[in-house]
Design a protein around this ligand. Structure first.
Ligand code: GLU
Length: 386
């Protein structure tokens, strides 16, 4: 059955970001060539129809592990990294061979989080991806597992894909996984679990049901898929979580069939830079703000001035990302600071006119300018406190 809402949501789709999880790509005998070939055929068809396709693919670790005949779980991080190093090449070779048969070239892109937190590198990656898309080459992206340790890790490919959606400004994010979509309870445990075909708002219920931390293959699980959906819909990009092993899945999704779970884009979409601040950068410190400043940020769309700051936590430099936390300890916003932490400690609580006499310079009036500030608290929570 076709659904009008879906057709409407998909009407202007040109650039599609597809993420395929390890659980879709692998079977009992390692990489499942049948599935890969059939997804490749569908993606190629989309490219031939004029869509741009960007692929985030897992499967390196699972493939490497199988190649080396390792049974049981890989325990240590170096073991996983080594397995990824073995598997990534094989994964690319299979994709490359399969796509070439359909007349399409592919490109390998391996990234760590630190490649994206640096604005210059972020923009370089954006240029490369857009050139590849102009050339009708499909970029196949994965975490650079061999070098990624905690500090520079995306954590899982759902998170990586949500950041790529921002970079390429995708019109649609399709997250292919090993279950039909989102259920109100884990369907593997509860027979009566109810399927949720449409999410139009991130209510507490939706966030709470995404409890399964991990699946048996891959690192994601439903929780990280819902979080990734939340991130991309905040940018105005619809997301569909769908069963990757189902025949003709991509064709069905694009033709508007009611399949998988559709997450509608949020109405207040963030622009690319604000999205980058909110979801790619990690905070380097905290500014504790008073109720007046809280109101100014949340209700009036204002910048953060020194007068509303009551405390500073952490040591950070000019331009660093910092969280704004209210007097009850709730993080409400994140932004790039115009002063370092030592300077803010000196000017906090003061009127703007006192910045220059105190610091000896006044390059900025705002501690965080509105253009570099993004509200991170959800609407439901803002209301209850004001
Ligand atoms: N990068 C990992 C791999 O290719 C997978 C990470 C994930 O599934 O989230 O094996």
């Amino acid at each position: 059955m076709h659904d009008d809402l879906r057709l409407e949501t998909l009407a202007h789709t040109k650039k599609i970001l597809i993420k395929i999880g390890s659980a879709v790509l692998t079977g009992a005998d390692g990489l499942d060539l049948k599935i890969i070939n059939s997804l490749v055929a569908e993606m190629s068809e989309l490219v031939h129809q004029g869509y741009s396709v960007v692929l985030v693919s897992s499967g390196a670790i699972a493939s490497g592990k199988h190649r080396l005949n390792i049974t049981g779980k890989l325990k240590s991080i170096p073991e996983k990294q080594a397995a990824a190093a073995v598997g990534q090449g094989r994964l690319m070779r299979i994709y490359s061979k399969s796509f070439e048969k359909k007349g399409i070239h592919v490109a390998q892109i391996l990234l760590t989080l630190s490649d994206l937190t640096n604005r210059q590198r972020f923009l370089n990656i954006r240029n490369t991806l857009s050139t590849l898309m102009d050339w009708k080459v499909i970029p196949i992206i994965n975490e650079n597992d061999t070098v990624a340790v905690d500090e520079i890790k995306f954590g899982d490919n759902d998170n990586l894909a949500s950041m790529i959606a921002n970079i390429v400004e995708a019109d649609l994010f399709i997250n292919l996984t090993n279950i039909d979509g989102l259920y109100d309870r884990n369907p593997a445990e509860f027979k009566k679990a109810r399927f949720i075909g449409l999410v139009s708002e991130f209510t507490d219920e939706i966030e709470a049901i995404a409890t399964a931390e991990t699946s048996s293959v891959g690192t994601g699980g439903m929780k990280s898929k819902v979080l990734a959906a939340k991130k991309v819909t905040a940018m105005g990009i619809p997301c569909i979580i769908a069963p990757g092993k189902k025949k003709k899945i991509l064709t069905d999704i694009i033709s508007g069939k009611e399949i998988g779970t559709l997450f509608l884009p949020m109405s207040d979409r963030l622009n690319s830079k604000k999205y980058w601040i909110a979801f790619t950068l990690r905070s380097r410190g905290k500014l504790i703000i008073d109720d007046g400043a809280r109101k100014a940020l949340l209700e009036k769309g204002k910048s953060l001035l020194p007068s509303g700051i009551i405390d500073v936590e952490g040591d950070f430099a000019l331009g660093d990302p910092v969280s704004c936390v209210d007097s009850e300890g709730t993080a409400i916003a994140k932004g790039l600071v115009n002063f370092n932490s030592a300077e803010i400690r000196k000017i906090m609580g003061l009127k703007t006119a006192k910045i220059e006499p105190t610091l000896g310079h006044k390059d900025y009036e705002e501690v965080i300018h509105r253009d570099n500030l993004v509200i991170t608290i959800t609407k439901q929570n803002t209301k209850s406190k004001l």
